[in-house]
Each structure stands twice: as structure tokens, then as C-alpha cells.
Design a protein around this ligand. Structure first.
Ligand code: ACO
Length: 324
């Protein structure tokens, strides 16, 4: 078995900044409510760029930093719950845009946990020798599935993309990972799509491609599984929470992160937080945060960090990483 390390990161967010005050112009809300309950102050909302465009731009930046050529990439996985199409996959569209013609390409849908799942899958490809250089991207245009009349949800989300290049390595980069799912909670965070309709049935269902959420249930679930995931990736390793320089959580809501910090007795500064600028970008939130940390020089070789996500499905997971 081979080891796996992160060799580069990238991100791309749409230019259009939408503040809480901007939202208050068309939905009954205000900056104070949104900031106090979530920590979100603004988000990026795409005007013309769909998910594959954001994904390709983030992927291109990670590729540039890696010093690899597009032809060196042999695997592209895009984590997204908001693909451009049913088919082709977003990953195949990214392949075409980047000219990465030696890559096997597919999408993974685990909602906000998508990047954690996709990184886990890519690492298995690398560990078993099937891949050497994998481009893993989390990309979302959530604005196209948001119900812009529902103040319970439309204030929470944003659009964006983040990417990493994972490479076969002699040194340990991914120390451990943990993932799980609970399909019984799918209804708490859902978005339908084209209904079952064909000449053989009475297709009465209407198109239901808008996001709905039970905020309290999601809060309960998120706080429980974040703690579970952090404990699980440390279990059976030589490390404890004290060895972890940063926790990079899925950027859903500051109150979720605060709650977990208090329970685990982790100082706020050890959580990397950027949700004030981007809102919840689902599968893109962790790689966007990772790229910001990388570019800000917060990560040194040997640092241990935990990436932890939770989301629709329900899904959850974490990686314990040693930065290389
Ligand atoms: N602006 C103003 N008022 C609002 C807004 C808004 N945007 N949204 C809801 N309200 C109102 C409600 O209508 C309600 O009014 P009422 O008392 O007159 O009925 C009041 O605020 C309180 O509503 P609650 O739902 O009880 O608010 P709560 O304190 O639970 O906070 C929140 C809602 C922030 C969504 C919370 O439940 C939460 O943090 N949930 C976690 C969900 C989450 O973060 N999801 C992110 C996406 S999921 C993911 O990434 C996996």
C-alpha cells in the first residue's frame, strides 16, 4: 500500500458578494438575526457560472500550484450536490476544461460531506496503486436550488469551489479517516428533482428542486456527529486532540462549531472559520477553508489537522491529516 499526501490547494468563488442587508431587501430578515444565529455576514452568489465552471477554476489553481501538467492527473472526483447535469458528470466537464485527458472522472454526492467522501475515495485509489495524482474538487452552486422566498434557508448558503491535488507518497499524509451515513434522517435536509413520470404511470408529482431543512434536527445531528467524527479519527492513532493544530469544520453555522468546541474543550482559535465571508458552500466549504489556510501560511510540514464534515443524506466524516 502507498501513502497519500496533499501537494496543493486551490479555490474559486464567484465575484458577486451578497450581504445580509442585500437579502433583507427581498426576504423578511435582517443582518442582526443572521449574524447572531449563524455567524454569516455575506456570501458569494453566482450570476452566470455553473458548478463545472467554478470547479474547473478551483481545480486549475490547485493544478498550477502542484507543478503537474493536466496530463499527469489520472483521477478527477468532484464532490457536488448541485451538478450542471445528470450526465455528463461535473468531473468529466472539468476534465475537458483542463485538458486532463488521462483522468478517470466521476462525481460524488454526499452533500456537505462530499469533499470528505471524495478525498477518502481518491486516497483509496492512490493507496492501492490505481492512481498517482488525483484532483479532488468540492464545488457547489447552491443558489440554483435555494428557495429564495424561504428565510429559514436562503440566508444560510453560498456558491463556491475548492480543490486539492492528492499524490502518492512515501510519507504519511492522510493518517486516518472515518465516514458514516444515516439515511433515516434524509428528510431533515432535502432537495427533490425530476419526478417519476413516464407513459406507464399517472405522473402527478410536480418538480420539486428546492432545498428544505429542519434546522433544529440538523443542529442536533451536526453537533453529535462532529464530536463522534473527531473522536473516531483520533481513535487507534498515537495522537490526541492536544496534537491537533487546527480543526477545519464544514462551515455551516458558527453556533454548531461553538457548541462542539465547548463540548470538546477546544479553543475557538483552533477552529478555522470563514463562514462569515462565504456562508455554507456545502461540499466546497472545507477545501475553500483549506486553501485559505494554505495561502495564509498557517500550515507547516508535520502539522496535524482534522477536516470534519456533516450534511444531507444524512452523511458525516472526517480525515486526520499530517501536512506535508
Ligand atoms: N430572519 C429572521 N427571522 C428568521 C429567519 C431569518 N432569516 N429565519 C427564521 N426566522 C425566525 C423564525 O421564523 C422564528 O420565528 P417565530 O418564533 O416567530 O416562529 C424564529 O426566527 C426562530 O426560528 P428557529 O428556527 O427557532 O431559529 P433557531 O434559533 O433554531 O435558528 C437555525 C435557526 C439558525 C437554522 C438553527 O436551527 C440552526 O443553526 N440549525 C442548524 C442548521 C444549519 O446550520 N444548517 C445549515 C445547512 S445544513 C448543513 O450544512 C449540513
Amino acid at each position: 500500500m502507498f501513502e497519500v499526501k496533499v501537494i496543493s490547494t486551490g479555490r474559486y468563488v464567484p465575484e458577486n458578494i451578497v450581504t445580509n442587508d442585500d437579502l433583507a431587501k427581498f426576504v423578511d430578515t435582517n443582518d442582526e438575526w443572521i449574524s447572531d444565529r449563524t455567524g454569516i455576514r455575506e456570501r458569494r452568489i453566482s450570476k452566470e457560472e455553473n458548478t463545472s465552471v467554478l470547479a474547473a477554476k478551483a481545480g486549475e489553481k490547485a493544478l498550477e500550484e502542484s507543478n503537474l501538467t493536466p496530463e499527469d492527473i489520472d483521477l478527477i472526483i468532484v464532490a457536488t450536490a448541485t451538478p450542471d447535469n445528470f450526465t455528463p458528470s461535473t468531473a468529466c466537464m472539468v476534465q475537458e476544461k483542463l485538458g486532463a485527458m488521462n483522468a478517470t472522472c466521476f462525481d460524488v454526492n454526499a452533500a456537505c460531506t462530499g469533499f470528505i467522501y471524495a478525498t477518502g475515495i481518491a486516497s483509496q485509489f492512490i493507496k492501492t496503486g490505481q492512481s498517482k495524482n488525483a484532483l479532488v474538487i468540492g464545488a457547489e452552486v447552491l443558489s440554483k436550488i435555494i428557495d429564495w422566498e424561504d428565510r429559514n434557508t436562503c440566508v444560510l448558503f453560498g456558491d463556491g469551489a475548492g480543490a486539492v491535488v492528492l499524490q502518492r507518497s512515501e510519507e504519511v499524509g492522510l493518517i486516518s479517516q472515518y465516514t458514516g451515513s444515516d439515511g433515516t434522517g434524509g428528510k431533515f435536509l432535502a432537495c427533490g428533482t425530476v419526478p417519476l413520470k413516464n407513459p406507464y404511470i399517472d405522473g402527478k408529482d410536480d418538480f420539486n428542486g428546492k432545498l428544505s431543512m429542519d434546522g433544529r434536527e440538523v443542529f442536533r445531528f451536526a453537533t453529535k456527529v462532529m464530536i463522534q467524527c473527531i473522536n473516531k479519527v483520533l481513535q487507534d492513532t498515537e495522537y490526541t486532540l492536544n496534537d491537533i493544530k487546527y480543526i477545519v469544520p464544514h462551515q455551516a453555522n458558527l453556533r454548531i462549531i461553538d457548541f462542539v468546541g465547548k463540548k470538546l474543550k477546544i479553543d475557538e482559535e483552533r477552529f478555522y472559520i470563514n463562514l462569515d465571508k462565504y456562508g455554507n458552500t456545502s461540499g466546497a466549504s472545507i477545501p475553500i477553508a483549506l486553501d485559505e489556510m494554505n495561502k495564509e501560511g498557517l500550515l507547516q510540514k508535520g502539522d496535524k489537522i482534522i477536516l470534519v464534515g456533516f450534511g444531507g443524506g444524512l452523511t458525516f466524516g472526517a480525515h486526520l491529516i499530517q501536512w506535508q
